[in-house]
Design a protein around this ligand. Structure first.
Ligand SMILES: Cc1ncc(COP(=O)(O)O)c(C=O)c1O
Length: 404
């Protein structure tokens, strides 16, 4: 496994500056100990505002739905909620979480392929925006709403074969009659009203052209299959998938993440001809997770043991790969700091950093690294997306998140 990071491959300016915020970070470390996730509020605020600005510039009316599954600790921090983000949830459990965090139903987008009847009923009663995933779910939805006195607004997720990404297994296909017959069933139902088209691209879709294609297909489908689509649709949802500033995923041969504005510009240029009246067009919904959370959160661990072996510096820390499971997806970006949070620079030597579980393969990093000592801090950057939610209480408790 190649875990070597060459510094030019990531732009460290996108991540929290540990030395600049030394005092606040030290205080949190003294209070919480390690391992701990630490979130820089301003970084999340910056990402949110950049996205909002872009949506305002290129489209107008919009909704930013924070994808809860990316990081529940961020959801609980209410940082994004306080700025006006809606909740994007994909299970009954996440739906409950959003309600407990006091999101009104009208600020929840309920996606995903598994929505039990009682969660659908609750979401209908709360006025949430529900995007139906498939014909079986649609059938249940039609039955549940057959007695409603007024029609319930609903969306459908659509999908098609996209360059590089292929054909998503989620949603109604545009390539056969799945999507068109879903529109027809909704039209013929007594209880439903189609108000939203939803699509979502794979995580870390770095090629903005793919957003252009997906958005154009959505517009073409609306135009050809939804009667009076410009008036009927209240929402056009282009999902998430926008990259942050993490290193190249291992599976990619090329990696070129662009500023968020580029993705929004590509998607909206494609959609605009279908909705030319800026004042009367549907709200453009985006559902980012990684883009909002990846950059601003670090995992801090502590060195517990160092020894030379096979001409390498062998380092053991109090973290583990189960705390940053995305190490399998892309390499870690790690820097070392003294107990006073001064960066350890200087000569780099061949190093292996391992976690403290009893698994031989608890490998966090392998490559050139400065000399470290027990008591030093190791800071893992770009750690905010998916890691903590995918981290089990394996041997050690999954780390909490502190905010400054
Ligand atoms: C429907 C939906 N919306 C949004 C997201 C968030 O994606 P990302 O973190 O890549 O922005 C996901 C993630 O898989 C998703 O399935």
């Amino acid at each position: 496994m190649n875990t070597v990071i060459q510094p030019p491959l990531v732009d460290m300016a996108c991540y929290p500056d540990v030395e600049m915020h030394r005092a606040k970070i030290r205080q949190l470390l003294q209070h919480d100990g390690t391992p701990v996730f630490i979130c820089e509020r301003d970084n999340l605020v910056d990402r949110y505002q950049a996205l909002k600005q872009s949506l305002e510039t290129h489209w107008g009316k919009h909704v930013i739905g924070y994808s809860f599954k990316t990081n529940y600790q961020v959801a609980r921090s209410r940082i994004l909620q306080d700025m006006g983000a809606w909740a994007e949830v994909v299970s009954a459990r996440e739906y409950q979480m959003a309600r407990q965090l006091e999101y009104p139903g009208s600020s929840i987008i309920f996606n995903g392929p598994l929505k039990p009847d009682d969660s659908l009923r609750a979401a209908i009663a709360d006025g949430a925006l529900i995007n139906i995933n498939d014909h079986d779910e649609l059938g249940r939805f039609i039955e549940i709403t057959s007695d409603e006195s007024t029609r319930v607004d609903v969306g459908i997720r659509i999908s098609s074969t996209l360059p590089r990404l292929g054909h998503s297994r989620f949603g109604f296909s545009l390539e056969n009659d799945e999507a068109s017959s879903a529109v027809e069933r909704i039209r013929n139902s007594t209880g439903l009203n189609l108000v939203s088209l939803h699509s979502h691209l794979y995580g870390d879709t770095d090629d903005p052209e793919i957003y252009r294609v997906a958005a154009r297909r959505l517009g073409e489908f609306a135009k050809s299959h939804i009667r009076d689509y410009r008036r009927a649709l209240k929402f056009v949802d282009i999902g998430g998938g926008y990259p942050a500033h993490g290193p190249k995923p291992r599976s990619r041969s090329a990696w070129d993440p662009r500023p968020i504005d580029v993705y929004i510009k590509h998607a909206t240029e494609s959609l605009r001809p279908f909705f030319p009246d800026r004042e009367a067009c549907p709200a453009l919904v985006v559902e980012p997770g990684r883009y909002l959370t990846c950059d601003g959160i670090i995992l801090v661990t502590r060195v517990v043991h160092v020894k030379p072996r096979d001409e390498k510096q062998m380092v053991n820390c109090d973290g583990s790969i189960s705390m940053v499971p995305l190490t399998h997806y892309c390499p870690q970006v790690i820097q070392a700091f003294t107990p006073d949070l001064v960066r350890r620079a200087g000569e780099e030597i061949s190093t292996v950093i391992q976690g403290s579980t009893c698994r031989e393969n608890d490998l966090l990093y392998e490559g050139q690294f400065p000399r470290v000592q027990p008591g030093d801090y190791l800071v893992h950057f770009a750690a905010g997306a998916y890691n903590s939610n995918l981290s089990p209480d394996f041997i050690f408790k999954s780390p909490e998140m502190a905010v400054y």
